[in-house]
Ligand binder design. Sequence first.
Ligand code: NAD
Ligand code: G3P
Length: 320
Amino acid sequence: MSVSVLGSGAFGTALAISLAGNGPVTLWSRNGDQAKQMRAARENATRLPSIALPADITVTADIAEALRAATLLLAVPMQKLRSALQDHAPALRGKTLVACCKGIELTSGLGPVAVIKESVPDARVALLTGPSFADDIAHGLPTALTLACEDTELGKALQTELTTANLRLYRTTDTIGAELGGALKNVMAIGCGAAIGAGLGDSARAALMTRGFAEMQRFAAMRGARADTLMGLSGLGDLVLTCSSELSRNYRFGLSLGLNQPFDSQMTVEGVATARAMSDIAAKEGLDMPISATVADLSHGAYSVTEAIQNLLNRPLKEE
Ligand SMILES: NC(=O)c1ccc[n+]([C@@H]2O[C@H](COP(=O)([O-])OP(=O)(O)OC[C@H]3O[C@@H](n4cnc5c(N)ncnc54)[C@H](O)[C@@H]3O)[C@@H](O)[C@H]2O)c1
Ligand SMILES: O=P(O)(O)OC[C@H](O)CO
């Protein structure tokens, strides 16, 4: 089998570097100039500077070249996934498409697996998610991820194909639980970053992580996820990583809110749109999701971190 990665940002490049340890990989960029630059410098200077691209990676802007592979990893931001698929939908028919993005589509309320099924109905679909920073993967540091696929046999084949020397994949058939864990932890990471940025302390962060996890579990159960999936790498594992490391862009975005400092608008911060999508869906379903709703409002400047915390603290007392 052969693999291509569509999307040459931080995560797509890191996955290509890791997979190159297994054999040839094609890394596709939609930007011809970027592809040319990466081919010449043998690095992704904007997203993963100073990390060499192994010789087994072919960088291309020619989609036909990338689509020769049977397995395609889709490493684009969640809110861009549908348009990326629509751009090439006829050529994607029958392919194995592995979503590598984390989020809920704002316009539809759907996760990546459902968006792929709608956009390319006869594709074979899977999801790769879990606690991992692109930088760590690209440096070959040990990482464990979840490969989610409803089709057990395809899941096993992908688990074998995409496991590398330092990237160990676990398998599940619960795509809903796996994709929601990855999507929702970004919302909580923004909240935790904001709390730390505003000087509210580690105890406040622990409270936000724990009560945020309760919201994740509630939302995932409503969508039909298995409870144990949320306890695994794609849920709790990624929540812990993202809420506690300044390598996370979602956490750093939250920090900037707490510190009242500007943030680079070119940075991919998946939790902003997902917080909005999640709290809109929760409101419609009558689910109690105060932290998610607060992060959604905070991210759009509706109030300050201090006001947000006061709102959360002043809610009626309840059982845990
Ligand atoms: N960076 C990480 O550490 C990391 C780790 C795990 C998962 N992820 C997930 O991977 C996804 C991508 O994140 P990233 O870090 O690579 O972001 P990034 O901003 O570094 O890169 C995104 C890439 O997608 C490309 N792109 C955007 N719209 C496109 C379109 N319509 N068609 C084709 N390409 C398009 C951009 O040109 C860019 O190269 C996100 O959902 C993120 O949550 C990232
Ligand atoms: O940089 P972030 O916040 O998008 O987080 C990256 C990964 O999702 C961590 O698992």
